[in-house]
Design a protein around this ligand. Structure first.
Ligand code: AMP
Length: 225
C-alpha cells in the first residue's frame, strides 16, 4: 500500500469532491483537510473565524485569502502533516492561495493536483438534491437518503440542506469557480502537477480512477532520478 500522499482535489461544487476525499484519505491513511468543513465547524462553535465567515459563506462568496491561508497553514503544521501527507479539499481556490500553499509546502511539495471533471449541468442537479449531516459532514441526496428518517447513518446527526445549497447561491458559487478556481488548473498544469480525472460514474468507479492516478504520481516522485 502507498501511504503519505500530498494532494489537492479540485472540481466544481457537486463534482463529488467531498465523497472522494473521504475515500482517498482512508485509502492513503492521511487526514482529509476540508476548508469548507473547518469553516462550518467554526461557524457552529461561534468562534471569531466563524463569525467573520458566516455571512460570506451563506452568500456563496469566498472568504478572504489571508484568513483561509492562516487556517490551512496552522492545520498543515499540526503533527507533521506537511510531511506525513494530506488530501486538501476546497483549498486552494485562487491563484494567490496556490502560491501561499507552495510556500507552506516548499520543503515537501505536492505530489499531484487532481481536477475532478463533471459538467456544470450535472453538478447543478446534484447540489440541488444534496443533503449533508450537520454533525459529521457525511453526504446524502434526496435520491439516496439516510436509512432512518433524516438522521445520519454514521453518527445519528441531523441531515439537512446546507444554507449555501440554495439555487441562487449554487449558481453564484459555480460562476466564482469558473472565474477564480478554473485558472488554478492552468497554473498547476504549467508546474506539471495537474491531472484531469473523469468524475462521472459510480463513487467506486471514480475512486478506482483516482487511486490509479495518485499511485502513479507518488511512485514517480519516490523513484530516484
Ligand atoms: P465548500 O464546502 O468547499 O463548498 O466551502 C463552503 C464555503 O466556504 C465556500 O463557498 C466559501 O465561502 C468558503 N470557503 C471554503 N474554502 C475556501 C477557500 N479556500 N477560500 C475561500 N473561501 C472558502
Amino acid at each position: 500500500m502507498i501511504s503519505g500522499v500530498r494532494m489537492v482535489l479540485l472540481g466544481r461544487q457537486g463534482a463529488g469532491k467531498g465523497t472522494q476525499c473521504v475515500r482517498l484519505a482512508r485509502h492513503y491513511v492521511v487526514p482529509h483537510i476540508s476548508t469548507g468543513d473547518m469553516l462550518r465547524a467554526a461557524v457552529k462553535r461561534g468562534t471569531e473565524l466563524g463569525r467573520r465567515a458566516k455571512a460570506i459563506m451563506d452568500a456563496g462568496d469566498l472568504v478572504p485569502d489571508e484568513l483561509i491561508v492562516r487556517v490551512v497553514d496552522e492545520r498543515l503544521h499540526q503533527g507533521g502533516t506537511t510531511r506525513r501527507g494530506y488530501v486538501l479539499d476546497g483549498f486552494p481556490r485562487t491563484v494567490a492561495q496556490a502560491e501561499a500553499l507552495a510556500e507552506i509546502t516548499a520543503a515537501q511539495p505536492l505530489h499531484v493536483v487532481v481536477d475532478l471533471e463533471v459538467p456544470t449541468e450535472v453538478v447543478v442537479e446534484r447540489i440541488a438534491s444534496r443533503r449533508t449531516c450537520a454533525d459529521c459532514g457525511a453526504i446524502y441526496s434526496t435520491a439516496a437518503p439516510p436509512k432512518y428518517g433524516w438522521h445520519c447513518d454514521n453518527c445519528g446527526g441531523e441531515v439537512i440542506q446546507r444554507d449555501d445549497d440554495t439555487e441562487e447561491a449554487i449558481l453564484h458559487r459555480l460562476d466564482l469557480y469558473e472565474r477564480e478556481t478554473a485558472p488554478l488548473i492552468a497554473w498547476y498544469a504549467e508546474r506539471g502537477l495537474a491531472v484531469e480525472v473523469d468524475g462521472i460514474g459510480t463513487a467506486d468507479e471514480v475512486s478506482t480512477r483516482l487511486y490509479a492516478v495518485v499511485d502513479e504520481r507518488v511512485a514517480a516522485a519516490s523513484t530516484p532520478g
